[in-house]
Design a protein around this ligand. Sequence first.
Ligand SMILES: *Cc1c(COP(=O)(O)O)cnc(C)c1O
Length: 454
Amino acid sequence: MKQYKYVLPDNEMPTHWYNIIADMKTPPPPYRHPVTLELLGPDDLAPVFPAALIAQEVSTERWIEIPDEVQDVLKMWRPAPLYRAHRWEKALDTPAKIYYKWEGVSPAGSHKPNTAVAQCYYGKQEGLEGFATETGAGQWGSALSFATNLFGLKCKVFMVAVSFQQKPYRRIMMETWGGNVVPSPSSETNAGRAILAENPESPGSLGIAISEAIEYAVTHPGYKYSLGSVVNFVLLHQTVIGLEALKQMEMAGDYPDILIGCAGGGSNAAGLIFPFMRDKLTGARPDLRAIFVESTACPSMTRGIYAYDWGDTAKTGPVAKMHTVGHDFIPAPVHAGGLRYHGMAPSICALLQQGYAEARAYHQVEVLEAAQSFAQAEGFIVAPETAHAVKAAMDEALVCKAAGESKVILFNASGHGHFDLGAYDAYHRQALTDYKLEEEQIQRALAKLPKVAE
Ligand SMILES: *Cc1c(COP(=O)(O)O)cnc(C)c1O
């Protein structure tokens, strides 16, 4: 009998997060101050993030204990299942073995609550009243609203105005969990009021929403700012994905040859890949391949440069060395909203730069085509972001078919697409378009990078 699903009992859930920085010979260089461009100290971050998270951000300890209260909440849906895609393998007629870790089982429907829960625990420990954050289409805002509610914290969400108007369902989720959601630009901050004075009809942007959330957090006593990707502590919290998958692959009697994750800021991909990458860094699995998949609409790893840049459009956050297409690059409005970030997690970029990992990019039509093939075989309708990982897994499986090789492929299925069915609908109606990105547009944005003396 074939086994389709590998499930761990509750008591096999990881008790420690894995910090890859401990195993990197050359860790990513430290952050710089957004204004002075000097080295950033922990004190600079203190008004913005809870102290425990700042400590995790700069930690070089390999294993960091997951507090019991955090484990208790994660156990609502973790350990998450790992599947063997027997039916999809058959449909693709490939000798490859395809496995996927399914993060769509969380209450918010993606991997994002893995860090939201941890951040809320430390925020509560520190005596905070609430968190402020930004959200585009609402995936991060809904994860944080879910988590703040469980820890008795308030949640202020600045949601990009155009999504607020056009995508009400995630806003309704946030409000159901008690989140206070306002369209950004809003009249609640100086940053928002300035934009509204110029253009009362502004559709907003993630950059504006970030500025509003940070300003709200630092001007409201008891509030701090919460971030859903990119930084070390977020990637750390996501390693529960890969730590579980390590055990589940062992149950399956296989070890992956190829690991795949879609990458916007890089947190879900790192969550799956880093615990396995440890085996490559230590030399135990030198041939392990790790593929980070991005959108051609925002190709930081495949067409950007490795340089210092601001993490946010408004230049209020830290400057980090990363692959970037420039902090004021405006990506085309692809359905995979979570992959429209101009930079990438510095730890992933360091691994790419050092040759430990690969990157590739796909257009949205081919990605939806792969997701449809996956849905028809495996049942799950994945998010448009996740569909990028699905497409890469499919391509690798087809390479195996051509070569007659039976490689083991494992990808992270970061979330379900139940609120993104418009993307599938557009695909079915052949109304989905690919966007061509001119080199000139990237060069224009790259011209505005900070000049950091190293
Ligand atoms: C937010 C999101 C992403 C992109 O974020 P990462 O930090 O790169 O993981 C990918 N998939 C889903 C389902 C998301 O919600």
